[in-house]
Design a protein around this ligand. Structure first.
Ligand code: IMP
Ligand code: MG
Length: 186
């Protein structure tokens, strides 16, 4: 059983394409974003909210690069889709654990693609959670794929319309462990 699984995985790893963002560039950018956010929220505190699971690496490194009081929470939404394309329909699988009323919230995303996920999160927070403010921070922005206009306040890299893996981003739940972002040849 286990053997069968690992054979399939090693086949998947043969399709890793070229590196799009190397580890050092990711680290520099995360540090830069951390400085920017720390500056913008000087004398305030923030709650970083990550939509599982793609942003867990980014959230971890970003939180370490902040020098303001910071809390962390997780939420999990899923969109009804198969394969690699999002649809507009969203559903909550795991809600926040802490109240965010009157708090400065920063939604930390791995990648904004169509914009449906961010749009849903923003509406959900505004309608049901009453935060003091909400900003969006995404490591990657696939700008050309946008179907709905969403405000993105902090962007690491604008990326082309390629399927990307690594540093939290997955294909079939693999490749999140890579320390760089690469193209994946599906
Ligand atoms: P959207 O903005 O609602 O379309 O969805 C963004 C989500 O789709 C991200 O949080 C990822 O989980 C997923 N996604 C979009 N593009 C990619 C990609 O290139 N690689 C891996 N996941 C992706
Ligand atoms: Mg995601």
């Amino acid at each position: 059983m286990f053997k069968e699984k690992s054979v399939i995985a090693s086949e998947l790893y043969k399709n890793i394409g070229s590196v799009v963002i190397p580890k050092e560039k990711l680290q520099d950018k995360v540090r830069f974003l951390g400085e920017q956010i720390s500056h913008d929220f000087k004398n305030e505190d923030v709650v970083l909210i990550s939509n599982l699971k793609g942003s867990f690496r980014f959230l971890s490194d970003l939180s370490a690069s902040l020098n303001i009081p910071t809390q962390v929470d997780f939420i999990s939404f899923t969109s009804y889709h198969g394969g690699t394309e999002s649809t507009g329909e969203m559903r909550i699988i795991k809600d926040l654990k802490m109240p965010i009323e009157n708090k400065n919230v920063i939604v930390v995303e791995d990648i904004v693609d169509t914009g449906y996920t961010i749009d849903f999160i923003l509406k959900y927070f505004q309608d049901f959670r009453a935060p003091k403010s909400v900003k969006i921070c995404t490591l990657l922005d696939k700008k050309e794929k946008r179907k709905i206009d969403v405000p993105v306040d902090y962007v690491g890299f604008v990326v082309p319309d390629l399927f990307l893996i690594g540093y939290g981003l997955d294909y079939k739940e693999y490749f999140r462990e890579l320390n760089y972002i690469a193209e994946y040849n599906i």
